[in-house]
Design a protein around this ligand. Structure first.
Ligand code: ADP
Length: 478
């Protein structure tokens, strides 16, 4: 989506900038054409004015000679006509033009013929004693040497327009489609009132497609790189977090192991103690061996007591660690989301459907790391249980609520559940039904939960599976 938006935006900007450049080039060309054509029109007026001025001094023969030489200097002037006093113009239009010229005191246009292939018109100037008329070829009057565009291949169409008639100076390419630029301006000449009209059409094919393709590919590459980088970053973050949870788990498991050992060894040690004491009493009845036996028994008693004391101290240290993490306000839903985030790849790989149902926001007072470990353990157990059912039936749901003033977090799965005769033992250290299991996870979770003033219980999920319910004191936020 972002790629589409960025690509579209970039392409629009590129197209816009190309169109702006083309428009500026067109306007420059059109202005140059207008200036060149205006200069030529003014030149025609100057030629006529010069003829009118020169005539009083010129002999009849000389005037003709000047008039004939004009065509060789100005190829666009096809011929020069003069009306001497007492003579008549060959056509009524020239008579009219001369009359108008006499009134307006400038040259006047006559006999405009744009239908002729090259376009023609006459320019008449009334003067004394003789008046003059120039026959001008429109095409030849264009100064092609100074023209800024290649006349045959340029896409710009240039026309001269007068009273609805148009003469095409340069054909250009006009199809009526694409973007259209136009330029209209009067020639800077009173006697030749033509409009210079230039038109340029820019077709779709003239847009900078190459640049646009480069831009869209560049955007695709940049975005792909960014998303790969982001994926890599979150994978690294997840790995680091898993490592941290793993380290804490290992430490706690060691503690739990020690507690388990203490629990397990306490009984045999007690038995050693009882038996040794009994043996001591028996030996007291056999006076022969008494001194040695008594000494040995005393040593055994002392050793057993020492061992029991060591174990008791170890147990006390594990159960009430001196350096406990301070309790803080923790949001249960946040902890659940973090744990799920860590296990997301596992859930995906197993095709487990995951949901968090938070009825109320639940803020509890807990040791964050310990709480994280409980939730992580419970979820890992649930995933392991879900491995035992068909992939289509794997659901993991986390319920969060506040009940009876306690924050409650439930981890429910749709796995095989816990058999009724197994249920009372799941929190015992070293109890496991899993091959390769250590049987310390739940025992540790229970120890941690109790240490935070909470509880952890297990029961059956309906219609199938297991639910582990963790309750913790809520934080009384002011
Ligand atoms: P371990 O996972 O090493 O077996 P635990 O203390 O985590 O040790 O779990 C003890 C036992 O409790 C498991 O072996 C299993 O029988 C049972 N158990 C734990 N969680 C679940 C669960 N979600 N569904 C079914 N049984 C479970």
């Amino acid at each position: 989506m972002l790629w589409l938006v960025l690509s579209a935006l970039g392409c629009v900007l590129l197209a816009h900038s190309e169109l702006t450049q083309l428009r500026e080039a067109f306007e420059t060309d059109a202005r140059i054409s207008h200036r060149l054509l205006s200069q030529r029109a003014v030149q025609h007026e100057a030629v006529l004015a010069t003829l009118a001025l020169l005539q009083p001094k010129a002999q009849p023969g000389d005037a003709d000679a000047v008039e004939q030489r004009l065509s060789s200097v100005y190829p666009q002037i096809l011929s020069v006509q003069r009306r001497d006093p007492g003579e008549n113009w060959p056509s009524a239009s020239l008579v009219d033009a001369e009359n108008t010229s006499r009134q307006t005191r400038h040259a006047v246009l006559a006999n405009l013929d744009f239908s002729a292939q090259r376009g023609r018109y006459q320019l008449v100037l009334a003067a004394q004693p003789s008046s003059f008329a120039l026959l001008i070829d429109v095409y030849a009057s264009v100064p092609w040497n100074d023209w800024s565009m290649p006349v045959q291949s340029s896409p710009v169409r240039v026309t001269l327009v007068q009273a609805g008639k148009a003469f095409v100076v340069q054909p250009g390419r006009v199809t009526g489609s694409g973007w259209r630029f136009e330029f209209h301006k009067h020639l800077a000449s009173v006697s030749q009132p033509f409009d210079v009209v230039a038109v340029r059409e820019v077709g779709w094919s003239e847009l900078p497609w190459g640049l646009m393709a480069v831009w869209t590919s560049l955007m695709a590459a940049v975005l792909a790189g960014l998303s790969a980088w982001q994926r890599q970053r979150s994978a690294r973050r997840r790995a680091e977090e898993l490592l941290r949870v793993g380290q804490v788990a290992r430490l706690n498991t060691l503690g739990e192991l020690a507690a388990g050992m203490a629990h397990e060894l306490n009984q045999p040690l007690t038995a050693i103690l009882a038996n040794t004491q009994a043996a001591k009493r028996l030996l007291q009845d056999d006076p022969d061996e008494m001194p040695a036996a008594l000494q040995a028994m005393d040593q055994a008693v002392a050793q057993a007591r020492r061992a029991a004391e060591v174990l008791a101290r170890l147990r006390r240290t594990v159960e009430q660690p001196n350096v406990a993490e301070p309790s803080q306000v923790v949001d249960l839903a946040q902890v659940a989301r973090n744990a799920l985030d860590l296990l997301e790849p596992e859930c995906k790989r197993r095709g487990v459907t995951v949901a968090i149902v938070a009825k109320h926001p639940a803020q509890v007072l807990a040791e964050r790391v310990a709480l994280e470990q409980i939730v992580h353990n419970l979820m890992t157990n649930a995933l392991q249980a879900l491995d035992l059912v068909a992939a289509t039936e794997r659901q993991l749901t986390i319920h969060i609520e506040v009940a009876s003033g306690m924050g409650v977090l439930q981890v429910a799965d749709t796995g095989p559940g816990i058999a009724p005769d197994t249920l009372p033992h799941v929190f015992e250290p070293f109890f496991t039904t899993r091959e390769g299991g250590l049987g310390l996870g739940l025992s540790l979770c229970e120890t941690l939960a109790t240490g935070m003033g909470g509880q952890l219980r297990a029961h059956a999920n309906a219609p199938r599976g297991a639910v582990f319910t963790l309750t913790l004191p809520t934080a009384h936020t002011p």
